[in-house]
Design a protein around this ligand. Structure first.
Ligand SMILES: [Zn+2]
Ligand SMILES: [Zn+2]
Length: 166
C-alpha cells in the first residue's frame, strides 16, 4: 500500500490530511498471535516544514486476545498516536522518531503501520481491573467459579493479621 506524496510536495499547501481504512494482516510484523478484527483505520495530518514533511498519525483497530490473568478471550481496542518526519531514504538517521519509508515519492503505509505496532502494541492484556485470574492451585477461572483452595491454605502473614483482630 502506497500513498503518493509528490502532489503535496509540489503544491503550495503546507498541510494535507489522509484517512484510510484497510485490511492488513499484522501477524508477520508482530507474531502469529496478533489477530486483527475488521479494518485498520488511520488518519493523519501532514505538514510541510521546510524540506521535511511532519506526519501526525492516529491508528486504531480491534484485536482478539486472551487475558493474561484468566486466559479468557477478549477484545482489545487498540488506539495510538504517533508522529514522524518523512525523509528521503538516503537521509534517514536513527532518531527516536519513526523513520517513514519513503521511496519514489510514495509513502509505504503498510511498513509504517507495522513499525508503529511493533513498538506500541502492548504485550499484556487484562480483561478488567477486577479480573481474579486463575486459582494457582486448581486452575479454575475465579471470575466464573470459586474453589476451596484458598480456605485450605492461609498465608502466614494473613494469619498474623487475623490474630490481631481477635
Ligand atoms: Zn481476565
Ligand atoms: Zn483452586
Amino acid at each position: 500500500m502506497r500513498y503518493n506524496l509528490e502532489a503535496f510536495k509540489e503544491s503550495k499547501e503546507i498541510q494535507t490530511s489522509l484517512h484510510s481504512e484497510f485490511q492488513l494482516s499484522l501477524e508477520d510484523a508482530y507474531g502469529s498471535d496478533l489477530r486483527v478484527q475488521g479494518p485498520i483505520s488511520m488518519t493523519a495530518e501532514l505538514y510541510r516544514v521546510e524540506k521535511e514533511i511532519v506526519f501526525y498519525g492516529k491508528l486504531s483497530f480491534t484485536t482478539t486476545e486472551h487475558c493474561t490473568r484468566c486466559l479468557d478471550s477478549m477484545q482489545v481496542e487498540f488506539k495510538t498516536e504517533f508522529h514522524a518526519k518523512i525523509v528521503v531514504e538516503d537521509l534517514m538517521d536513527d532518531s527516536e522518531e519513526y523513520c517513514l519509508l519513503y521511496q519514489d515519492g510514495e509513502l509505504a503505509i503498510e511498513e509504517l503501520i507495522q513499525e508503529v505496532v511493533r513498538i506500541e502494541y502492548p504485550l499484556q492484556h487484562i480483561c478488567g481491573l477486577e479480573c481474579k485470574g486463575l486459582c494457582p492451585r486448581c486452575g479454575v477461572n475465579l471470575n466464573h467459579e470459586s474453589c476451596q483452595c484458598e480456605n485450605d491454605e492461609i498465608d502466614p502473614r494473613l494469619e498474623k493479621l487475623k490474630n490481631l483482630f481477635k
